[in-house]
Design a protein. Structure first.
Length: 382
């Protein structure tokens, strides 16, 4: 039997936090299989943590908000030189900008396989701002050149994104794979047995980057409404603002809500499993997702979920089966859903149990990683 080929693989993301939070399990598995890895992202505290774990993480300067074509071209050329000098066999880019730039640089460096994972359509496709509308056709053109190649594969996380990329003529359907998210370690995010006391407030959590398009305003408005009704509910926010995203809320705005008594702000939480063990409901009123890891982690813990009926979120939640779906950009239905679960603990328990079963069937990280490795094999033999 021939010895398996040792591959040199570059994982490229727009933040070191993304690599650490979403792709650490993939990196560990690739290392276990004997492959050689380079992890690339802009500088940050999580890059040092990756190095402490023995990974070859390297900072690659990238301004996520840059519109300077010369600076962006230099970035692609610098990335191509790294890929060529390191004799990379597969470059795997995550989120729209690293996916496009990784594929372009991979073409320049003659990398054998270019895998592009797009977790949602991102700001350019969600926002209706003038800048987003101007950038949209440019990004689509670059994406078509980057993704629609014999030696490239696109990974999306839900059928809506699949239909959009194929329908826009960006990539042929046989070159697109749907893999639901980055997966969750269901041994760590295990079912919790939390018994809330009769006098204890309901604890409702929104855990995400503090972006307006995560439904922050709707969450705050729902909290105001339910507090006004005299309901005993603690509303929690977990996550930090994202200065690199135009849709980020400011720390001042969040602090204002805290001072008003609407929410508790926990900031970045490193132990999400520990936090989820202390809450009763997880909410994500997002405008659009790839496949939200927060909801999958909460599902693994057997918690009832409330989210919006939008791409990505409805792949995790079937309304009335394993969670509740609400109309997007509306706070009143969100408030009613939270109140419904507070008033009907048996329903909340049933939805949480069903969410756990779905997570085990579809979202276990072992399943996701195996399917990702199959894409690697396909692109190398194309």
């Amino acid at each position: 039997m021939s010895k398996p080929e040792v591959l040199r693989i570059a994982l490229f993301a727009n933040t070191d936090w993304y690599l650490f939070n979403f792709r650490l399990s993939l990196a560990k598995r690739l290392r276990e299989l004997g492959h050689e890895l380079i992890l690339l992202s802009p500088d940050g505290e999580f890059g040092l943590k990756l190095r402490e774990m023995g990974f070859d993480w390297r900072p690659l300067p990238m301004d996520r908000r840059s519109l300077n074509p010369f600076a962006e071209a230099r970035l692609v050329w610098r990335l191509a030189r790294i890929l060529r000098d390191e004799r990379i066999d597969i470059v795997h880019g995550f989120t729209i900008k690293p996916a496009v730039y990784g594929a372009l640089a991979g073409r320049l460096a003659r990398v054998r396989g270019r895998v592009n994972a797009v977790a949602g359509m991102g700001y350019v496709f969600i926002s209706n701002s003038l800048k987003a509308r101007v950038l949209r056709p440019v990004v689509k053109t670059l994406a078509r050149f980057a993704f629609d190649s014999r030696r490239a594969r696109l990974i999306v996380q839900n059928p809506d994104d699949h239909a959009e990329f194929v329908g826009a003529g960006v990539v042929r359907p046989e070159r697109v794979h749907i893999i639901p998210g980055s997966g969750v370690d269901l041994s760590r995010f295990a079912a919790v047995d939390r018994s809330r006391g009769a006098d204890e407030p309901l604890r409702v959590l929104l855990a995400a980057r503090m972006l307006w398009d995560k439904g922050l305003q709707e969450f705050i408005d729902a909290a105001r409404q339910l507090h006004g009704e005299g309901r005993r509910i603690d509303f929690l926010l977990a996550g930090d603002p994202d200065a690199g995203n135009p849709a980020s809320a400011s720390a001042e705005a969040i602090t204002g809500w805290v001072e008003e008594g609407i929410v508790q702000w926990l900031g970045h939480v490193s132990d999400m499993a520990g936090l989820l063990a202390t809450v009763d409901i997880v909410v994500l009123p997002s405008y659009r997702e790839g496949l939200p890891k927060t909801l999958i982690e909460a599902a693994g813990c057997g918690l009832p979920l409330i989210t919006t009926d939008v791409p990505g979120c409805r792949e995790v939640v079937s309304d009335g089966v394993d969670g509740l779906l609400c109309p997007v950009r509306q706070s009143a239905p969100l408030a009613r859903a939270i109140a419904r679960l507070q008033d009907d603990p048996a329903l909340a328990r049933r939805l949480g149990q069903a969410a756990r079963r779905k997570a085990m069937d579809l979202f276990d990280e072992k399943i996701v990683i195996a399917r990702t490795l199959a894409v690697y094999q396909e692109v190398l033999t194309a």
